[in-house]
Design a protein around this ligand. Structure first.
Ligand SMILES: Cc1ncc(COP(=O)(O)O)c(C=O)c1O
Length: 383
């Protein structure tokens, strides 16, 4: 039983789970002046070229293509790699993951997740393979790496494509190697809620130069040159205003990571004292992408459920997120699928009822984090 007598004061403004890194406005104004002078607003101008080069270097990406958002990047990856039939994926993710499969006329087949990493469980992937399977779409959820070696071995054995939704995995390393080196392609999201962002945006990281060519063709309507259109492509291009913002935000990413580490350390220290709460932490061989701070609530030990905690914290103006709940397999558009049967996804169901995303960003003062922890401790025992 967790008992805390004193109720902390509510915040006088809502505290959200994240807050975008914003460069000094004067810096962005200077970039805008350059854009105005160039007269180029999109179609791979100098800001776009700059950002692509800078990100390739920062992420150690052999090949990288920028997109106007991560969802389109994933959609194009599926097209370029010709996924069809069935694709084994996780239900514990954001809606975009299975949706890109549906938009590619492939059927998502939901496999269960591992209880520690919360990523797709290779044993369950194996059980869900069929002669119709063309690919595995894993998600490095919260930046936690999937079991990339087991997935690669299975893909080799069954001749499957491997695509990773790495929306949360900007800069993640596994055994000192960038996670984006694994699989045929990895998508990164640069949405404003992500550590590195361009307001909206995304990228595909690849190791095969031919795939990069195909992806670039597909993201530009399939246009090869003035007179030839080769494929039914789409408009996935990142524009110059997004790229310029991304170029500046990149300069602040390392400092933001350090600030977020300070916040994480306080949560780790404080929440350790509370029975029934467990902070999700990276395995020792992986680096933290500093995008999410996830706590798992064991209702029978904590004295209150995840949903109750989420609700009670609102009284303190702390707006947490049940990220990811509901599972994609419970969406109206997928719940009819045989693989969406809850009896086949026990771990995913358990985890989706336990996880709560807490505020994590560099603008949180140490006192704010202590106040959030006080509110959590109080809420566990006070309806
Ligand atoms: C796991 C996951 N996949 C895909 C996306 C979609 O990315 P975007 O918003 O850049 O389209 C998100 C966005 O938050 C996500 O969390």
């Amino acid at each position: 039983m967790n008992l805390t007598a004193q109720a902390p004061l509510p915040f006088d403004h809502p505290v959200y789970v994240t807050r975008p890194v914003l460069p000094p406005l004067a810096d962005y104004t200077r970039s805008l002046e350059q854009i105005w002078q160039s007269g180029f607003l999109t179609n791979g101008g100098s800001q776009h070229q700059d950002l692509e080069l800078a990100l390739r270097a920062y992420l150690q990406a052999p090949y990288l293509s920028l997109f106007n958002n991560g969802t389109l990047a994933l959609l194009v990856a599926c097209q370029a790699l010709q996924v069809k039939g069935e694709v084994v994926t996780t239900p514990f993710t954001f809606a975009a993951t299975p949706h890109v499969l549906a938009w590619n006329k492939a059927t998502p087949v939901f496999a269960d997740i591992d209880l520690e990493t919360l990523c797709i469980d290779p044993a369950s992937v194996e059980q869900n393979l069929s002669r119709h399977t063309s690919a595995i779409l894993g998600v490095h959820v919260y930046g936690m790496p999937c079991d990339v070696n087991a997935i690669a071995a299975m893909a080799r054995q069954h001749q499957l494509r491997v695509i990773y939704d790495g929306a949360h995995a900007f800069g993640t390393q596994l055994e000192e190697r960038p996670i984006i080196h694994h699989g045929d392609a990895t998508m990164l999201s640069f949405h404003a809620t992500k550590l590195f962002h361009s307001a909206e945006g995304g990228a595909l990281c690849m190791t095969d130069p031919d795939l990069k060519k195909q992806v670039d063709l597909l993201k530009n309507f399939g246009i090869k040159n003035e007179e030839e259109v080769l494929l039914p492509g789409i408009n996935g291009k990142m524009n110059e205003l997004q790229a310029a913002l991304g170029r500046l935000v990149l300069q602040h990413v390392d400092a933001e990571k350090q600030r977020r580490q300070v916040v994480r350390d306080i949560y780790t220290e404080r929440l350790r004292e509370l029975l029934g709460l467990r902070l999700l932490s990276m395995p020792v061989n992986a680096t933290d992408s500093h995008q999410y701070l996830i706590v798992r609530v064991n209702a029978s030990q904590a004295g209150c459920s995840r949903d109750e905690l989420h609700q009670r914290l609102k009284k303190f103006n702390i707006i947490t997120r049940k990220y990811f709940y509901p599972l994609c397999s419970d969406y109206d558009c997928y719940k009819h699928l045989p693989s969406a049967d809850p009896r086949r996804l026990p771990n995913a169901h358990r985890v989706a009822s336990e996880v709560l995303s807490l505020p994590l960003h560099g603008a949180l003062a140490k006192d704010d984090v202590h106040r959030i922890c006080d509110a959590i401790a109080f809420s566990l025992s006070h309806p």
